[in-house]
Write a protein of this length. Structure first.
Length: 93
């Protein structure tokens, strides 16, 4: 088991210090970025709410996506892998 590394993650205007596996750092940062993007999106759609409301909306959205079996982070990674494979195939043709 590798040693945990400390990282600072910002979610909804707050900084959280986490200790995670080095292999998980990219996934955690991508997830935090996705959460912050969704918060910004909800802020534009639903003006006048406080941060807790936005975070709750994102939590509901994220949980619903997981239940449907579609993970936004995994979908982005899969799309990139498809693009990479497509480029390899085109290069070999």
């Amino acid at each position: 088991m590798s040693e945990l590394i400390p990282v600072n993650i910002v979610v909804g205007d707050r900084t959280y210090r986490l200790k995670i596996e080095p292999a998980d750092e990219e996934m955690v940062r991508k997830t935090a970025n996705l959460i912050n993007e969704k918060i910004s999106s909800f802020k534009l759609q639903f003006a006048g709410k406080d941060m807790q409301d936005y975070i709750s909306m994102v939590l509901l959205w994220f949980a619903t996506e997981q239940k449907q079996g579609t993970s936004p982070v995994d979908a982005q990674e899969a799309l990139q892998k498809i693009r990479d494979l497509t480029a390899l195939v085109e290069k070999s043709l």
